[in-house]
Design a protein around this ligand. Sequence first.
Ligand code: CA
Length: 180
Amino acid sequence: MSILFIEDEPKVATSLQKGLEENGFEVDLAPDGAVGRHMASQKAYDLILLDINLPFVNGYEVCRSIRSTNTEVPIIMVTARGTVDEKISGFDAGADDYMVKPFDFRELLARIRVFLKRGGGGKEMNEGLILRVADLELNTASQTASRQGMPIVLTAKEYALLEFLVRSNGRVVTRAEITE
Ligand code: CA
């Protein structure tokens, strides 16, 4: 699942990118509205996170521009502004959701998952999703694992456990979560 994050504050951009990558997403960063608009037209992203106050082209303009050619991709506006007028402007420009900074990363993650389940669930089923940790690779469509390109023979339960751990990459999981 690939996400485009259009954000001009490098610290916010890189910390969010790191968090999302730890949760299995591929994240491209765009440092301003003009670059972001261009990148959005070049690649089929699964979701776009969009700051409003951006250099060159603001988030509303970027959103309208993306929507003129792509009505499908979920767009979540992520901004320090939080008035009702600003939110309405965001939705008018074609945004699907709105998060006010500073926000809890887990909430953003939950909202992203809602959108991706809604739109991209079928895609994961058809094309499969490759999960990677270092040289370990899992294919969620064929439910197979390999390391350095060498297949690993696993039972269904072993595979399910491995996929769960890979998806929790970097996070300590409890016995209860594993059992569930
Ligand atoms: Ca900004």
